[in-house]
Every structure is written in C-alpha cells, then in structure tokens.
Design a protein around this ligand. Structure first.
Ligand code: ADP
Ligand code: MG
Length: 238
C-alpha cells in the first residue's frame, strides 16, 4: 500500500512562501511526475512529503494516516537524489544495507533484499566496490537500490537523471519504468524534462511558483493544456 494525500500544504522560508496551498491525491501504485521550472517548489514539496522539511501548514497523509509530525524514517518513504548521496567509504553492498542495519533488520534479511535489488538493477558485479570505482549511471543505480531494499510504500525521486549523459539518461529512465512495473510501488518523480514526464507518468502535476497549474494524464495535458503555461511546458504546439 502507498497512497498519498496532500491537503493544503504551505511552506514558507522566512517571509517567502514557496508552497502556496498544494492539494494532491496519489493512489496506490501510481507513477506521478512533478514538472515545473527551476525554483517553483518541486524539491521542497518532495522534502515535505519525506519529512525532511516541516510544512508551515496543511497535512500529509499516507495510507490514511496523518504523518505531518512523523519522523522521516518512520514514514515508509525512500528518496533518491540527483547527487546520489552515497557514502564514499562504504562498499556498494554496505551503502545499500546501512539503513536496514541501522533499523535493526537481521543480516540474512538484509542480504536477501540486497540480492534481489542488485539483480533487478544489474549491480551484482559491483557489490564489493566503492562509489569512486563506479560510473555515474552505476552510482545512481546504487542509490535506487538503496531505496528498493527498504521496501518503501512510496518512492520519491528528485531529478535522478540530471547528472547523467544523454544515453545513460535513457537507460536509467527505462530501468526506473521497469522497476515501477515490477514492484507495483507508488512513485513520485521530479523532473524538468518533458520527455521523462511524458514517458514515465500515469499522472503529471504541473507546478508553477508554488501552485499547481494542472493535474492530468500525459495525453490529457498534451491535448488540453489548461493555460498558456501548461501549453508551454508540455502542451502540443499550437
Ligand atoms: P525546485 O526544486 O522546483 O527547483 P525548490 O523547491 O528547490 O525548487 O525551491 C523553491 C524555492 O524555495 C526557491 O526559491 C529556493 O530558493 C527556495 N528555498 C528552497 N529551500 C530553501 C531553504 N532551505 N531556505 C530558503 N529558501 C529555500
Ligand atoms: Mg529541485
């Protein structure tokens, strides 16, 4: 299970309101993409969902439970960052297993989950290496693997492909799509790339200056953008 409800979430940094009342429902197993220009609040919204940032007001509800004051580790969420955020001194295996170890998961269970995730992500040959010995694409797969082993209700991806070159971007994007099909997990994915949004999303959320401009399926937004802004972002050329 991994449904999400965001109710009138606002977030201010000092006097600056960055999220201006976000309302959104994500159903279990859905792949939802947030798009919008740089600085519109995509990362802030993800961080509020993850609990890495407190909202100023509003509620975050996961599987019917208000988690607004639940610590990040207890929300059943795993986040994948643009910069991978791996520990340089740990092997791939230990990077993937650290969170589980800290949560007290028994070693055989950690090994079992790492086995499954590394097989899904073609990481078996690299398990005893350190991040510095890997390519950018491999590092990002490790970061995704680290999320997978936690068996979260909700995956959050913040521009995970932005640091990869074009060919790797396509490959990694296809792997994420395949992961979604296999795990049937709920995924929320931030990008400013129209192609990523159109190919990955069940539902696209278009953000602009802290507000939602439109929510809809890729073809719906493409064919019937609600306004000029959405048209400029994903609409069909008029
Ligand atoms: P996006 O991910 O869409 O590019 P962000 O959510 O990172 O946008 O940022 C939205 C706005 O909030 C930006 O103007 C940014 O400068 C501001 N912001 C983000 N985090 C902080 C912070 N910790 N303190 C102050 N301002 C912040
Ligand atoms: Mg961002």
């Amino acid at each position: 299970m991994g449904s999400l409800k965001i109710e009138n979430v606002k977030k201010a940094f000092g006097p600056v309101e960055v999220l201006k009342g976000i309302n959104l429902e994500v159903t279990d197993g859905e792949f939802v993409v947030f798009v919008g220009p740089s600085g519109c609040g995509k990362s802030t919204l993800l961080r509020v969902i993850a609990g890495l940032e407190d909202s100023t007001s509003g509620r975050v509800v996961i599987d019917g439970q208000d988690v607004s004051v639940t610590p990040p580790a207890k929300r059943g969420i795993a986040m994948v960052f643009q910069t991978y955020a791996l520990y340089p001194h740990l092997t791939v295996r230990n990077n993937m297993g650290l969170g589980l170890k800290q949560a007290g998961t028994p070693a055989p269970e950690i090994d079992r989950r790492i086995g499954i995730a590394s097989s899904m992500l073609s990481l078996e040959p690299y398990l005893e290496r350190r991040p510095a010995e890997l390519s950018g694409g491999q590092r990002q797969r490790v970061a995704i693997g680290r999320a997978v082993v936690r068996e979260p209700k909700l995956f959050l991806f913040d521009e995970p492909l932005s640091n990869l070159d074009a060919a790797l971007r396509v490959n990694t994007r296809l792997e994420i799509a395949q992961l979604h099909r296999r795990l049937k997990a709920t995924m929320i994915y931030v990008t400013h790339d129209q192609v990523e949004a159109m190919t990955l999303a069940d539902k696209i959320v278009v953000l602009n200056a802290g507000r939602i401009e439109q929510i809809g399926g890729p073809m719906e937004l493409y064919n019937s953008p609600a306004n000029e802004f959405v048209a400029g972002f994903i609409g069909s050329p008029k």
